[in-house]
Design a protein around this ligand. Structure first.
Ligand code: SAM
Length: 219
């Protein structure tokens, strides 16, 4: 986020979310008794520092010299290549280009503990401009949604996206009804028309109500 050629909006222009991504992470960590946390993409630690769940260990990865707090100052690819450790909950929020996000999630799944959870930020762009690559504006989800759709083609996973904070994707081992192959290549306008289905989008109230059926079919 250090190379910017767009104006930083005033605080009053920032969206206000009914549920912050950090509260979803706290909720999942409590529900599944997760103890070891990894965050890819730290920036100023807004999410990392906000977590309330009593993790035994928290690890942050970011190549930006200004990012903080960072445990490993490197790109996610380098980190995953070198790290032998297992993690219970991995939050993917690094480079928001679909090939990199997909790779980050696959690498995360490979070092996930049994019963672990991968969380993906920025899966539900509110407009075409928000998701355009290369980035054109401050508020930017990138085309993370394409990585999410590609993961929804894998029947060994269960995926849903909580409709808050630009879309918080939850990826666990499961048996989802998969999307047709190559769905992730569709145009933004096709995605926009069917996003509820493609993302398996769920209202944020499910998190508050604690009645999410994580093992249900993801259709
Ligand atoms: C949107 S910010 C992260 C925000 C933070 N997760 C939060 O919720 O408060 C994205 C961060 O990803 C970092 N980043 C960019 N490319 C990366 C890569 N290849 N590997 C890991 N982090 C990367 C950037 O330096 C930036 O700090």
């Amino acid at each position: 986020m250090s190379e910017t050629n767009w104006a930083r909006p005033k605080d009053s222009e920032h969206p206000v979310w009914p549920v912050h991504r950090g509260r979803i992470i706290d909720y999942l960590a409590g529900r599944f008794n997760h103890k070891i946390y990894l965050e890819i993409g730290i920036h100023n630690g807004a999410n990392f520092n906000s977590l309330q769940h009593p993790f035994r260990r928290k690890v942050g990865v970011d190549p930006d010299p200004l990012a903080s707090p960072v445990t490993y100052r490197c790109k996610s690819d380098t980190f995953f290549e070198l790290s032998p450790d297992k993690y219970d909950l991995i939050f993917i929020d690094g480079l928001h280009e679909h090939k990199q996000v997909y790779k980050d999630v696959r690498n995360a799944l490979a070092c996930l503990s049994a019963g672990g959870t991968v969380v993906m930020h920025d899966c539900n762009p509110p407009s075409e401009a928000h998701q355009r690559v290369p980035r054109e504006q401050f508020f930017w989800t990138g085309d993370t949604w394409r990585a999410l759709l590609r993961l929804r083609e894998d029947p060994s996973l269960h995926i849903e996206v909580i409709d808050t904070d630009y879309g918080v994707g939850i990826v666990r081992v499961g048996g989802q009804k998969k999307l047709p192959l190559e769905s992730w290549r569709m145009s933004y306008s096709a995605f926009d028309m069917g996003r509820k289905h493609f993302l398996n989008l769920k209202p944020h109230t499910l998190i508050r109500g604690e009645d999410v059926d994580w093992d249900a079919d993801g259709s």
